[in-house]
Ligand binder design. Sequence first.
Ligand code: CA
Ligand code: CA
Ligand code: CA
Length: 97
Amino acid sequence: MGSAYVSILEISPFVEPITLPNGMQLPPVEHDGDGLFEDLNGDGNIDGQDVSRLAQLVNVYRRGEITLTDAQVAALDFNGDGELTQADIAAYNRMHR
Ligand SMILES: [Ca+2]
Ligand SMILES: [Ca+2]
Ligand SMILES: [Ca+2]
C-alpha cells in the first residue's frame, strides 16, 4: 500500500491547482489512497468546506467555465460513472459524512 500511495501522489493530476472563475484555487489532495481526491482544498481535513468546494467545481465545470483533464475528472468521479456531475456531490456526501 505504501508504494501505491506514493505512485498516486507522483501522478497527481492536480500538480497545477484548478482555478475557478471566481479566482479560488483548488489543489485537491488524495487523502486515503483510493485514487479519489476528496480533500478538495488540500488542507488535510475532510469536512464541509470540501463538499462546498466540490459543489462549486462541479457547477462551473457543468457550465463549461473550466475544463478538466480526463485524469482530473477521474480523480473527482466519486460515483465512478466516468463523468463529473451533481451525482458526484451526492456520492461524496455518502462517502464522507
Ligand atoms: Ca481518496
Ligand atoms: Ca479539506
Ligand atoms: Ca461521476
